[in-house]
Design a protein around this ligand. Structure first.
Ligand SMILES: Cc1cc2nc3c(=O)[nH]c(=O)nc-3n(C[C@H](O)[C@H](O)[C@H](O)COP(=O)(O)OP(=O)(O)OC[C@H]3O[C@@H](n4cnc5c(N)ncnc54)[C@H](O)[C@@H]3O)c2cc1C
Length: 484
């Protein structure tokens, strides 16, 4: 169990308003100690409420977690952060771990095409345009796209896709790019880009989500990979150290407490509200309450699966690269590989390579043994890059059935509609708030923003605007049978 130093130690002046209003603090349960749940719990506690976080695993962090194998650290989920993760940087500053953030320094990355690796280290739109793996004509098309991108970069926010226009509403990125920029760019730039970071193909992501992704290259900071010196677990562990986190507590049921208005029961224990911060399919299994739109959103949210496969590789053999993108046309197994030496994952002899699998293969290989996975991934990598043949030693396999929520055009529309609903059917219905990277906010920055957004919504409702100081916070309304 993580230590119980309370987030109230670090309440901001603006925070602690629940306490200031004279109202008793609410007792809040957060299910899931991934980065969205921990951030949410931390912000709610800062607003003066009592928060308990239940985590099924033995460690916090979920998809932002580091394990140590044979003395080598392995980031088993997220493995890089970006310089423009503003809320992450703010949180790191508050937790006093910002001085351990550093940009990765390494040689270029590359994209594989026809057995040849073409150098590609995309820090900005200019780097993308210099990529020689596609024809001159294709690069001119890209230039046009990026010129337009500077206009929509201000209107779109990759980290909050619930806002902004969607000029290509209903269309997927592959179809739009193939039509406007040509098939070569679709197959050898756009599709590998989406697969490297999302594991599924660009025919599943909405053009709006892709535009927002591409906007990262034309934005203020460019695409600068960054990490913590203490690796990915550093942030979740710093948050957990300030909260009451119960690890090894898999929650089985969340339901409305019919006797107490909008109160909820978490495995039978009463709370005023609950934040369910687990992937959508797991949330659906837990919920015995919640509104129909809430359940429908959870049921319809889809994920790409992947396996994160780590190998030891002799430093004498390993080339210095940050990341290699492998188009689906070149390999149906491996989607990307990172040499994590650039963030310090090495000893005197070996470094760590981590490889992600394409979603199609990931979904089928979830049930395979570690040995089978190491063997087949090593064979495939050696087919693509013969210099590594006989030099990959299996270190760790992490299986992710819910690796990345799929931002399909219809998903975006569903999330927007759900978030627009009031308390009776949307967030907070039956005392239940949803939280996580599927709520229009992908990646770590999106998850943090979602955690903060949910915390604000919940705490604002706990202390209604205009309530006179000292008046009772809650009149317990009669139970609403439709919410039980
Ligand atoms: C392989 C991989 C690579 C990625 N790479 C990057 C990257 O480089 N950069 C980036 O920004 N993002 C990356 N991401 C995405 C990022 O990791 C996620 O968007 C983010 O971590 C999601 O956080 P979350 O809190 O929403 O969910 P999660 O991290 O999934 O947290 C959910 C938590 O709930 C717990 N839980 C589940 N069921 C229960 C239960 N019944 N009771 C109690 N607890 C339960 C889980 O154990 C988990 O800890 C990557 C993801 C994966 C899988």
């Amino acid at each position: 169990m993580a230590s119980r130093r309370s987030a109230r130690d670090s309440r901001s002046a603006e925070g602690a308003e629940g306490a200031r209003s004279g109202a008793p603090p609410w007792k809040i349960a957060v299910v899931g100690a991934g980065i969205s749940g921990l951030t949410c719990a931390y912000r709610i506690a800062q607003r003066g409420h009592d928060v308990v976080v239940f985590e099924a695993g033995e460690a916090v962090g979920g998809r932002m977690r580091t394990v140590v194998k044979e003395g080598l650290p392995v980031d088993v989920g997220a493995n890089l952060l970006l310089a423009n993760y503003d809320r992450l940087h703010a949180l790191a500053r508050e937790l006093e771990i910002d001085d351990s953030l550093f940009p990765f320094v390494s040689g270029a990355g590359g994209i594989l095409r026809d057995d040849e690796l073409t150098s590609f280290s995309p820090k900005s739109a200019f780097d993308v345009l210099r990529y020689r793996g596609v024809s001159f004509g294709s690069r001119m098309q890209l230039l046009r796209y990026f010129l337009k991108a500077s206009a929509w970069a201000d209107r779109l926010d990759f980290f909050d896709l619930s806002v902004g226009d969607d000029e290509d509403e209903g269309r997927d990125a592959y179809a739009v790019v193939e039509e406007r920029l040509g098939r070569e760019i679709a197959d050898y730039l756009v599709d590998p880009f989406v697969r490297t970071f999302h594991f599924h193909g660009s025919d599943s992501i909405s053009m709006k989500a892709f535009d927002a992704l591409a906007a990262l290259f034309v934005g203020r900071d460019g695409f600068v990979p960054t990490g913590f010196r203490g690796f990915m677990s550093a942030l979740p562990e710093a948050l957990a150290a300030r909260l009451d986190v119960r690890c090894g507590r898999r929650v089985r049921s969340v339901r409305a407490d019919a006797r107490r208005g909008r109160g909820v029961l978490v495995d039978g224990e009463p709370f005023d509200r609950v934040v369910v911060a687990v992937p959508a399919p797991i949330a659906l299994e837990l919920l015995e309450g919640g509104s129909d739109p809430m359940r429908a959103l959870l049921a319809e949210t889809r994920y790409a699966a992947t396996l994160d496969v780590a190998f030891r590789v002799p430093l004498a053999v390993a080339e210095d690269f940050e990341g290699i993108w492998v188009p689906f046309k070149e390999s149906a197994i491996i989607s990307e590989c990172a040499n994590d030496a650039c963030k310090g994952c090495k000893d005197g002899i070996d470094c760590v390579f981590t490889m992600g699998l394409h979603a199609e293969t990931g979904a089928h290989w979830l049930g395979r043994s570690d040995e089978e996975v190491f063997r087949d991934v090593a064979l495939e990598w050696s087919r693509l890059f013969p210099r590594y043949s006989g030099h990959l030693r299996g270190l760790h396999v992490e299986r992710w059935p819910h690796a990345m929520p799929i931002y399909s055009p219809d998903h975006l529309a569903r999330v927007r509609a759900f978030l627009a609903l009031g308390e009776d059917a949307g967030q907070g219905a039956g005392g239940i708030f949803l939280c996580g990277d599927y709520l229009n906010h992908p990646w770590i920055e999106g998850s943090i923003r979602c955690g903060e957004k949910v915390a604000n919504l919940l705490a604002d409702r706990a202390v209604p605007a205009g309530r006179a100081k000292g008046t009772p916070l809650r009149e317990t309304p009669p139970p609403d049978p439709s919410e039980s």
